[in-house]
Design a binder for this molecule. Structure first.
Ligand code: PDD
Length: 287
């Protein structure tokens, strides 16, 4: 079955899907994106993802490419046409196609919209959950507006690549003051000595992950205390558990950072309990 992508008004074979060479996303990274999980035929946390898309677009003064209802229709259609019941969709909105010029194009330039979907490898995810992953730390070198889910991800790309070359799966950005920011494509959590979950406040300096937000809803019924408080790299090394969250991975246990073992070197029970409860608590939208 051929994969199908949605590009600016048309459903096209994925292998032929393309945007114009003067799309501002291509030339300036002048666009935003969302990645959303699909599980058992449901879109997970769609409302929160679209609310964040709205915020990202407003911050960059890019218009919606279509109404929210129409966008949901396109997302569902892409998922259906690709027969994705477990996987994810990716959507990208850019400031549109215009002759290359740094200033915004004229107001009548329509934003570009691309939506793709893919199945995820359940066995690979299960392996990471069972074994845990390794991470490295890297100095924060990104711009100040990482709260916007922009497609400008060069520092994240370089950090992930460095992790890969060192045999790790995630790179964790560390601020100049020695506190943990977030992963190249994930938020970072620790379980401290008291069993409290800690993650950096999202007011500034990190992306407010949707998985991060929903995890707080999941923690409550599990009787877990959550604190939004920055923690240092040393506190991370001394933590009972470290885990990372994102729509693509929900909650992967981290068992080593910079080659140092976290806890007993095995995935912790708190990350596992959260992962198991997550889908029940999250918002589910039928495809
Ligand atoms: N990344 N921080 C960064 C820098 C991210 O890129 C992401 C998500 C997150 C987690 O956000 P959420 O829980 O909403 O997925 C945090 C996506 C998955 C990606 O770039 O592929």
């Amino acid at each position: 079955m051929p994969r199908i992508a949605y590009v600016n008004g048309a459903y096209v074979p994925h292998s032929e899907a393309a945007v114009h060479v003067e799309d501002r996303g291509y030339q300036f990274a002048d666009g935003v994106y969302e990645v959303c999980e699909v599980r058992h035929g449901f879109i997970v946390d769609l409302s929160r993802h679209l609310d964040r898309l709205d915020r990202s677009l407003k911050e960059l003064r890019i218009g919606w490419p279509m109404s929210r209802a129409a966008l949901i229709h396109v997302i569902r259609e892409v998922l259906r046409r690709n027969r994705v019941r477990n996987g994810l969709f990716y959507l990208q909105v850019t400031r549109g196609v215009a002759r290359r010029d740094h200033v915004f194009p004229t107001k009548d330039t329509p934003p570009s919209l691309v939506v793709t979907a893919k199945r995820t490898d359940a066995a690979a995810i299960a392996k990471k959950n069972a074994e845990g992953i390794a991470a490295i730390t890297v100095p924060e070198n990104r711009w100040d507006r990482v709260d916007i889910k922009s497609v400008g991800l060069l520092p994240n790309v370089l950090a992930r690549q460095k992790a890969k070359e060192l045999g790790a799966q995630e790179a964790i950005f560390v601020d100049v003051d020695g506190t943990v920011k977030e992963g190249a494509a994930t938020n970072v959590w620790i379980v401290d000595g008291d069993g409290t979950l800690r993650t950096r406040p999202a007011e500034h300096g990190i992306l407010r992950g949707i998985t991060r937000t929903t995890l707080m809803d999941v923690a409550k019924p599990l009787g877990l205390k959550v604190e939004e408080k920055a923690f240092s790299v040393e506190e991370m090394f001394a933590a009972r558990e470290v885990f990372i969250t994102a729509a693509t991975s929900i909650c992967f246990p981290v068992v080593s950072v910079d080659g140092k073992t976290i806890g007993n070197g095995h995935p912790g029970s708190i990350a596992q309990n959260i992962r198991e409860a997550f889908f029940d608590i999250a918002e589910k939208t039928l495809i």
